[in-house]
Design a protein around this ligand. Structure first.
Ligand SMILES: C[S@@+](CC[C@H](N)C(=O)[O-])C[C@H]1O[C@@H](n2cnc3c(N)ncnc32)[C@H](O)[C@@H]1O
Length: 236
């Protein structure tokens, strides 16, 4: 058996479950995603097989758990994922930001719906998932995000927006699959959309506040939609 195969061989005395581990440290907890990697497993594999500082490529990177662990270990990383939401979360999770810039934008964010009437996008089934008030609030928040000039800060707002959309909707909250809550719950569901968005932003800000300290990336991090796009990006 080769060294690597031997190292991976099943050893019942080793614990890989990390049942009680905190999996939300640093920016790992900014946004949930289906079937997330346990950060401690990625960390252990990188320490065991990537300690010589090689290149880490995650072709189905999802929300970027392994990419973040690579960055924390000082490894150059790249990832691809078809899902634009996955790429957005992965990008925000792994990009250090100037917290003063974020704070400036946070201060500019209205805590209540301003008197404005932005067009609600034409999305199929929108009335099935959102009340008319929530639709108007979300359209206003979206408009506000589009006015943010710094691309990194706008992305932070988009992650908070994704969480807000889900929480303000009539989706059941306890699962990833989309089911609408029963009518009795819908009648009581009266979210303050702007307050929700602010709460999400404050939570993400907290996670990102020390990002320039923990990020020791050797080279810029790359994130693409597909392996082909990634290979093309290497030639540029
Ligand atoms: C289980 S998730 C990965 C979750 C990730 N480990 C994390 O911690 O967030 C699998 C990912 O593979 C992506 N995917 C599936 N087929 C793909 C393909 N052909 N090319 C790129 N990404 C793909 C999906 O969009 C999904 O985000």
């Amino acid at each position: 058996m080769s060294g690597a195969a031997q190292a991976l061989a099943y050893n019942p005395s080793e614990d890989w479950t990390y049942r009680t581990a905190n999996t939300k440290q640093i920016t790992h907890g900014i946004h949930q995603y289906p079937a997330m990697m346990i950060p401690q497993i990625a960390q252990r594999l990188i320490q065991t097989y990537g300690s010589d500082g090689a290149f880490l490529f995650d072709p189905y990177c999802g929300s970027g758990t392994t990419l973040l662990e690579g960055l924390l270990a000082g490894v150059t990383t790249a990832g691809t994922d078809l899902n634009p939401l996955a790429r957005l979360i992965a990008r925000v999770k792994t990009t250090p930001i100037a917290i003063t810039l974020l704070d400036r934008e946070l201060a500019r964010f209205p805590c209540k719906a301003p008197r404005a009437d932005f067009p609600v996008p034409n999305i199929s089934n929108i009335d099935y998932w959102f009340s008319a008030q929530v639709q108007r609030d979300l359209a206003t928040i979206r408009q506000h995000i589009n006015s943010i000039s710094d691309a990194k800060i706008a992305d932070v707002f988009r992650v908070a927006f994704s969480l807000t959309v889900r929480n303000a909707s009539w989706t059941r909250k306890s699962e990833f699959k989309l089911y609408r809550m029963p009518q009795s719950q819908m009648d009581k569901h009266d979210p303050r959309t702007f307050e929700l968005m602010t709460q999400m932003l404050v939570r993400i800000r907290q996670a990102l506040s020390r990002s320039t300290v923990w990020c020791r990336a050797k080279q810029p991090f790359r994130l693409c939609m597909s392996s082909t796009q990634f290979l093309v990006s290497l030639t540029k």
